[in-house]
Unconditional design. Structure first.
Lengths: 153, 84, 153, 84
């Protein structure tokens, strides 16, 4: 299941939609809006998420398929928010479901790493002076993605 | 024929618009469109000079500048993504 | 936070208790009772979890401290159920919270790997014929734990 | 003096009890207690012969058979754990 939505979501509800009796292990990654920026001393009051929805859905579908096939998952749920979000709000949720934990955990990390560098979302910080500041792609995120190249065909 | 251009992130901010509808008499290559846009507005030069920008034609990344654009095509201008 | 409890729990509630505006990344591991056993063709109707509670709490406290220190986490929540559980029920939840995702993800895996081989819980399968069958420790779980030896002092 | 023995998992099932209260006249070593238990009930032999069983005295693993047990001590018999 893949969802790009404006509203927030409930973790228990999303887990129920992804769960099945055949799974013994679920790995979740949840990204939220944090108050302090590591790159500067600026405080923000929220973020704005822009998205090219048709492309993002196609890209997420591809990532999800790779995760399902490569780690023999029974389910992989991806939810990403768009629009204006306040501090503390949920941005992204990945849930991977498998019989055993190692597969679920590794696949979940693959999905979030891929999403960070390969899916058409753009983040802006909403500063206290009401200005928007574009978030730059992290060099480390690209570096980190390289490690999956040997694992994923 | 019509081609839709879609702009995202700083490109949208710089151009102060999210999309354009381009009318043409015949199909052209991506390279030709690029030169047309630059000659009309120097802001496009800044965009095309940024090697981190990617171009997606109908949801597929353009890997050859000679690719032909046809009626109804959607060409998107994508800065490096920062979701998640 | 560490809890050893009989009742089930709600993921959204537990997330809220572990979350803070300083975190941007949460990694969850959730283990549940699955219906099919990989080791045999037997079907089960549930599990029974035995625990030496005083020891398990002390052991979990140690694991949690290691995770918090080694990966500079802001929070680490561990919940483990005891008693009789039905198919599909939640057994264990680990939530790690950090500014950045890599730390949260790795620490979460460390906690569940450690818990599997170092904490005083014992699992029994409740078979359809009403017999209890002891679950054996997995060789692979011990193997997997070795990889943390170089990371954790 | 009193020592509490706690049994878990298959040891509890085999002995058909979860704990024992042992009364002694004086402190003894873990090794002496072990021999006492085996002489009283051969089931204990099977337990002590299983190298995967661990023994925790007051929540700390015993790493020396000569360790002395004192009044009020709690000694737990632990098969390999299988939680999570």
């Amino acid at each position: 299941m893949i969802k790009i939505i404006n509203e927030s979501f409930d973790l228990e509800t999303e887990f129920n939609s992804a769960s099945s009796y055949i799974n013994g292990a679920y790995s979740f990654f949840l990204g939220t809006v944090r108050s302090d920026l590591s790159s500067s001393n600026k405080k923000i009051k929220g973020i704005y998420l822009e998205c090219y929805e048709e492309l993002a859905l196609a890209q997420l579908k591809k990532i999800r398929s790779k995760a399902l096939n490569n780690w023999k998952l029974n389910e992989c749920l991806i939810i990403h928010r768009v629009g204006k979000l306040n501090i503390g709000e949920k941005i992204v949720l990945v849930i991977t479901a498998s019989s055993h934990r190692a597969n679920a955990i590794e696949a979940c990390e693959f999905v979030i790493d891929s999403l960070k560098i390969d899916v058409a979302f753009w983040k802006f910080h909403l500063l206290n002076n009401d200005q928007k500041e574009m978030v730059l792609q992290k060099y480390l995120d690209n570096e980190k993605m390289l490690k999956w190249k040997d694992i994923i065909s | 024929m019509n081609i839709t251009l879609k702009y995202f992130s700083w490109i949208r901010v710089k151009l102060k618009k999210s999309h354009d509808l381009i009318e043409l008499n015949q199909s052209i290559s991506f390279k030709e469109l690029k030169n047309n846009l630059i000659s009309k507005d120097p802001l496009y030069n800044e965009i095309f000079e940024d090697k981190s920008v990617k171009y997606f034609l109908n949801l597929k990344e353009i890997d050859n500048e000679n690719q032909i654009l046809n009626n109804g095509d959607i060409l998107a201008f994508l800065p490096p993504v920062t979701g998640g």
